[in-house]
Design a protein around this ligand. Structure first.
Ligand SMILES: [Zn+2]
Length: 269
């Protein structure tokens, strides 16, 4: 019954044409949008419409919410699930957005508070995701990540990867996978790369994967997701097996997408 009502509500939402001003915002601010083909852009717009209609956005710490903020967050969160069936963020109710890096007292922190630095007593965070709570994001980091995928850091991809991971109730770095074959491949590849990253991080060796991924399997998945959407060509070269399992989970070939985009950009020159 609830599904039926929800589906009817969604059909109604989708009968409204996608606002041109929202499309302009995505074009201008979310770099990855330019890599998508026509069908993918349409699908993304539908997901964004549903996301914005169903989720409760709150501006915190004096941040005044605008369409720009909601659309840029929603577009990136929905890009992750572009190839997945259903609407993946059902359990999530709210997205809280602060203007800039926020310090929360330790009692408010969850395992998945992602911080640029650790200071005594409180931790300054860029984003946070928890099992039954809201996603917390910092707007200046969101904006930077949307415009500059080449930097390989994206707090929206990161926190929403945690949400996808937690759909099955466990934040263990393994989201719901298509079948047992993929599950076996996932465990084998991810554990190999996770332990390699841990070793590199312990020795202070730099790698393309952010060493923050060595903290926990869930962080590994979140960090790998950032790379998969931000720098897929390099990821495919340096971590081909990891690229394959992520591509099979997300059902997107981001490296091919970026390759085609680079090709058409060079043809235009
Ligand atoms: Zn994290």
């Amino acid at each position: 019954m609830f599904n039926w009502l929800r589906n009817r509500r969604r059909q109604k939402i989708l009968r409204t044409p996608f606002p041109k001003s929202w499309r302009d915002i995505i074009r201008e601010m979310v770099k990855h949008y330019s890599y998508l083909d026509h069908a993918e852009k349409n699908r993304l717009e539908q997901l964004v419409q549903v996301f914005i209609a169903e989720k409760n956005f709150e501006g915190c710490g004096g941040l005044e919410l605008t369409d720009e903020i909601k659309v840029v967050v929603a577009a990136q969160a929905c890009l992750l699930v572009l190839g997945l069936p259903d609407f993946q963020y059902l359990q999530l109710e709210s997205v809280l957005i602060y203007p800039t890096t926020v310090a929360l007292p330790p009692s408010r922190l969850s395992v998945f508070a992602d911080s640029p630095m650790i200071v005594p007593d409180q931790q300054a965070i860029l984003g946070m995701a928890s099992l039954r709570g809201p996603v917390i994001l910092v707007w200046d980091a969101v904006e930077r990540g949307a415009r500059h995928p080449e930097q390989g850091h994206n707090v929206v991809y990161h926190e929403f990867a945690h949400i996808l991971d937690m759909r099955d109730g466990a934040a263990d770095g393994t989201p719901e996978l298509l079948n047992r074959k993929l599950y076996r491949a996932w465990v084998e590849v991810c554990s190999k790369e996770f332990f390699k990253l841990k070793k590199d991080a312990a020795k202070g060796r730099k790698s393309l994967l952010d060493s923050y991924g060595a903290v926990h399997e869930a962080e590994f998945f979140a960090v790998a997701t950032e790379l998969f959407f931000d720098r897929p060509l390099r990821m495919k070269r340096e971590y081909p097996d990891l690229y394959v399992v992520l591509s099979a989970y997300y059902r997107q070939d981001t490296a091919k997408r970026q390759h085609l985009q680079q090709q058409s950009a060079s043809e235009l020159k």
